[in-house]
Write a protein that binds this ligand. Structure first.
Ligand SMILES: Nc1ncnc2c1ncn2[C@@H]1O[C@H](COP(=O)(O)OP(=O)(O)OP(=O)(O)O)[C@@H](O)[C@H]1O
Length: 266
């Protein structure tokens, strides 16, 4: 069944400049779609449009139906009901998602309590469990820390735990590993991969890096200048890209991979 149906989505800047143009794609329940494209191709604006989070002043036309709710033009109250429950997002920089003045535990407990109605020791236990599930060591210590007191990799795990605490049908991950150290990136990817598979969650995974997207998704949408250039199974796109732009993305991902392989054998 279709969980997310984006149809003829266009986004314009306040000055009328087209930023996303006539974009259509869909994601079925449990499906994992990657969105790739170079910087400025409109990937982030597309994910923001799905959650009704586009900056004020931009004009949106077309349709975004998420779990049966039309997002384009929806009043804030309807959007609040959808966010978290139907789709939750992990951004590139976890500090933008976490409240710097609130202890980590409360930031997980809040969405958990809203979904389950739990309180007291039951809620506390569930909060520690949520932190343990994203493989954070010493969940009780992490829960009592403020975001600046833990590492960047740990913060991104906390942001993931907060998103998963709502058990959304769709997890949106916008460059979730780009800001992390290379050594931490692979662990984070593996974690996202494992957790969404276990929960049979759908994923919209945005990255400029085809190699990263290929690890986590089944299907890929390639974007350039706000438009869809091509779409297909990961194997097909990597093995037989049709468009020159995609061929270039595949070639640069290959060059990078082989450079990394060379380094690891030295
Ligand atoms: N608030 C804004 N006002 C005006 N233009 C914007 C705004 N945010 C983004 N844009 C423009 O919209 C286009 C698409 O941006 P978007 O952030 O979606 O690209 P992206 O593919 O996610 O790139 P990146 O990987 O660098 O984040 C770019 O040309 C960008 O300059």
């Amino acid at each position: 069944m279709t969980l997310l149906d984006v149809s003829g989505l266009s986004v314009r800047a306040a000055d009328g400049r087209p930023l996303v143009a006539d974009l259509s794609f869909s994601v079925a329940g449990g499906e994992r779609l990657g969105v790739i494209g170079e910087s400025g191709s409109g990937k982030s604006l597309t994910t923001l449009a799905v959650l009704g989070l586009l900056p004020a002043g931009m004009t949106v036309t077309g349709s975004v139906v998420l779990a049966g709710t039309e997002i384009v033009g929806a009043p804030e109250k309807r959007l609040t009901a959808v966010r978290g429950r139907d789709a939750a997002v992990v951004f590139q920089e976890p500090l933008t998602a976490l409240d710097p003045l609130m202890r980590v535990g409360r930031q997980i407990a809040g969405p958990l309590a809203r979904r389950t109605g739990w309180k007291g020791s039951r809620l506390r236990r569930a909060t520690f469990d949520a932190l343990a599930q994203v493989r954070l060591p010493e969940p009780e210590r992490i829960a009592s820390a403020f975001p600046h007191e833990i590492s960047g990799g740990q913060r991104q795990r906390v942001a993931l735990a907060a998103a998963l605490a709502c058990e959304p049908a769709l997890l949106i991950a916008d460059e979730p590993t780009t800001a992390l150290d290379v050594s931490v990136q692979a662990e984070m990817l593996d974690l996202i991969d494992t957790l969404v598979r276990e929960r049979e969650m759908a994923v919209l995974f945005v990255s400029h890096d085809l190699a990263v997207v290929a690890k986590v998704t089944d299907r890929v949408l390639v974007m350039k200048d706000g438009r869809a250039v091509e779409e297909g199974g990961v194997q097909d796109i990597v093995g037989a890209p049709r468009e020159q732009y995609t061929r270039d993305l595949v070639a640069s991902a290959r060059t990078l991979e082989s450079a990394l392989d060379l380094r690891s054998t030295q």
